[in-house]
Ligand binder design. Structure first.
Ligand code: GDP
Length: 471
C-alpha cells in the first residue's frame, strides 16, 4: 500500500515536472491574477479582456496585436482540474445580449486558459516560427487576499485590532453592544456563538456597502460553500487575559485558528503563490463618492494588498513562495467611463498617488508597479452641456435603475490628488469643497464588427503592461 502510494507520488511528480519542463521550454505560461474587492469589476474585466484578445480590433495599445504578430487566440482546457472554470461564455452572453445586462460577479476563485499563437519580433522573427503562449487567468476575491493580515495575528490581537477599528464606525454599534455583553468566559454555547458571528457578518456587509475596504475575514462576505460552517462561526471578543477551557472565547479562538489554517492557508498555497502577474481593480470613484473615510480605508487596503506581494514581509508567505516573486502589479481604477475623458488623467493621478503611498507604507520594492484609470466596458458616451452659462463635461448612458437615458456629471476631481488624499488621511468626515456622485449605468447595446471585442477605455494599455513583454 505504502509502496504503491509512494510510487504513485513519484510518478505524479515526474508527470508534473515533465509538464512544467515542456511548458517552460516550448509553451510558456503566464499566470495572471485578477483581484479587487467585490463589485470592483473583476468579472467584467476578464470577460472584456479575453474577448478583446480574441478579436483584437480595439487593442492598438497592445504592441504585438498592433504589429499583427498575434496570429490566433483560443480558449483551451485549464490546467487545474479542481478549480471552477471562469464562465466566460455566459458572462460575454450577458454583455452582448439583445437586452444587455451585467454578468454575475465573482464570488470565489475561478480560472480560464487563453492560448495565443504569436510570431516572434525583432531578430528572431525570420528564424523562428510562431509559438504558443498560455495565459492562465485566475480570478479571486480581494477580500481573500486581505485575509493574509490574519496569518500573523493570534485571536486576542486580532480581536483587539478589530474592536478598536469598529469604535469609529457607526454601522458597528449593534455588534459592539453585543460583543460587550457577551460572556466570553462562560461555557461555550453555540446559539450565542452563532448570534455573535451573525451580527459581526451583518456589520461587515454594512461596512462594505458604505465603501469601507477592510472587511475581513474575507469569507464572511463571500463564504462560498463554507457558509454556516464552524470555521466561519466566530467573531472578535474583548478579553483581559487567557481564555478558560471550554469557554466561549476559547472556542472562538479555536475556530479563528481553524479559519487561518484550513481556509486562508490553502488559498495562498494553491492559488496566490503561483501568480506571475497581478492586476488589482479598484472602484476608486465609488470610494471617493463614499467620502474621505472610505478613501483612507482604500489607502490602507492598497498597502495591505501590496504588502501581500512583498517578499519577506510575512513568515508564512515567505516559506510558501520560496523566493518566487510577482513580476508586475497593475492597480487599475475601473469604471472610468463614468467620467468624461478630460478627467481621466486626474483619476489616474489619484491612483498613482495612492500606489506611491501604498508602496511607501508597505516598504515595497521588487515588482514593476503601475497605476492607471480604465473601463473594461464603456457603457457611456460623452456630451458637453451648458449649465448656468458654463460648459459641463458629462457622460450619457442608460441608468440601471430606471432604464432611462440620462446625462450625468460626477463632480470635478481635483488636479492635485493631495486635495483628496490629505483630508482622507487627516480623518475628515466629508469633502469640504466638492461633491462626488456615482451612477449605475446599464451596459450599452453592442453591435460588434467581426474583428472587434467590446468597447473599453485603456484595456489595451493594461494588457500591454501586463503581458506585452512576453508576446
Ligand atoms: P466583481 O465583483 O469584481 O466581479 O465585479 P463585476 O465585474 O461583477 O462588476 C460589478 C459592477 O460594476 C457591474 O455589475 C457593473 O455595474 C459595474 N462595472 C464593472 N465594470 C464596469 C465598467 O467598465 N464600466 C461601467 N460603467 N460599469 C462597470
Amino acid at each position: 500500500m505504502v509502496i504503491a502510494r509512494l510510487a504513485d507520488t513519484i510518478t505524479r511528480g515526474v508527470e508534473n515536472i515533465s509538464d512544467t519542463v515542456s511548458e517552460t521550454f516550448f509553451e510558456p505560461v503566464i499566470r495572471l491574477g485578477v483581484t479587487g474587492l467585490s463589485r470592483a469589476g473583476k468579472t467584467v474585466f476578464i470577460t472584456s479582456l479575453v474577448s478583446n484578445l480574441m478579436d483584437r480590433g480595439r487593442m492598438p495599445g497592445l504592441v504585438a496585436a498592433q504589429e499583427g504578430r498575434i496570429e490566433a487566440a483560443f480558449l483551451q482546457p485549464q490546467p487545474d482540474d479542481t478549480v471552477p472554470r471562469f464562465d466566460y461564455e455566459a458572462h460575454l452572453g450577458a454583455l452582448t445580449a439583445a437586452d444587455p445586462h451585467w454578468p454575475d460577479s465573482t464570488r470565489a476563485v475561478s480560472e480560464l486558459r487563453l492560448s495565443l499563437r504569436v510570431r516572434p519580433s525583432g531578430l528572431l522573427s525570420g528564424l523562428q516560427g510562431p509559438r504558443i503562449m498560455h495565459l492562465d487567468i485566475v480570478d479571486y476575491p480581494g477580500e481573500w487576499l486581505l485575509d493574509l493580515g490574519l496569518m500573523d495575528k493570534d485571536y486576542g490581537t486580532w480581536s483587539r485590532d478589530v474592536l478598536q477599528r469598529l469604535e469609529n464606525r457607526a454601522c458597528a454599534k449593534a455588534y459592539l453592544d453585543l460583543a460587550r455583553t457577551a460572556q466570553g468566559d462562560e461555557k461555550h454555547d453555540e446559539t450565542v456563538a452563532r448570534d455573535l458571528a451573525h451580527s459581526f457578518t451583518g456589520y461587515l456587509h454594512e461596512a462594505r456597502a458604505q465603501g469601507f475596504s477592510d472587511c475581513t475575514p474575507g469569507r464572511f462576505l463571500l463564504p462560498g460553500d463554507l457558509a454556516g460552517s464552524p470555521a466561519l462561526t466566530f467573531a472578535p471578543l474583548p478579553s483581559d487575559g487567557p481564555s478558560k477551557r471550554r469557554s466561549l472565547r476559547r472556542e472562538m479562538e479555536r475556530r479563528y485558528e481553524a479559519y487561518k489554517s484550513q481556509v486562508v492557508k490553502p488559498f495562498f498555497r494553491d492559488h496566490f503563490s503561483r501568480i506571475d502577474r497581478q492586476v488589482v481593480l479598484i472602484d476608486a470613484l465609488g470610494a471617493i463618492h463614499s467620502g474621505p473615510r472610505a478613501v483612507d480605508d482604500m489607502r490602507h487596503a492598497m498597502s495591505d494588498i501590496l504588502g501581500a506581494f512583498r517578499p519577506g514581509r510575512n513568515a508564512f508567505l515567505t516559506r510558501l513562495l520560496m523566493g518566487k516573486r510577482v513580476e508586475k502589479i497593475l492597480f487599475a481604477a475601473t469604471k472610468a467611463d463614468h467620467l468624461h475623458h478630460k478627467q481621466h488623467d486626474r483619476l489616474a493621478a489619484i491612483m498613482q498617488a495612492l500606489v506611491r503611498d501604498a508602496a511607501d507604507r508597505a516598504d515595497f520594492a521588487g515588482a514593476d508597479t503601475r497605476a492607471m484609470a480604465m473601463a473594461s466596458l464603456r457603457a457611456t458616451t460623452e456630451e458637453t452641456l451648458t449649465h448656468e452659462g458654463e460648459a459641463l463635461d458629462c457622460v450619457r448612458g442608460t441608468l440601471l435603475e430606471t432604464g432611462k437615458q440620462a446625462a450625468f456629471y460626477p463632480g470635478d476631481l481635483p488636479q492635485d490628488p493631495m486635495r483628496l488624499l490629505n483630508p482622507a488621511r487627516d480623518g475628515a468626515e466629508t469633502w469640504l469643497d466638492a461633491d462626488y456622485e456615482v451612477m449605475q449605468f446599464a451596459p450599452a447595446q453592442l453591435s460588434l464588427k467581426p474583428n472587434e471585442g467590446p468597447p473599453h477605455i485603456r484595456l489595451d494599455r493594461a494588457a500591454e503592461f501586463l503581458l506585452g513583454d512576453r508576446l
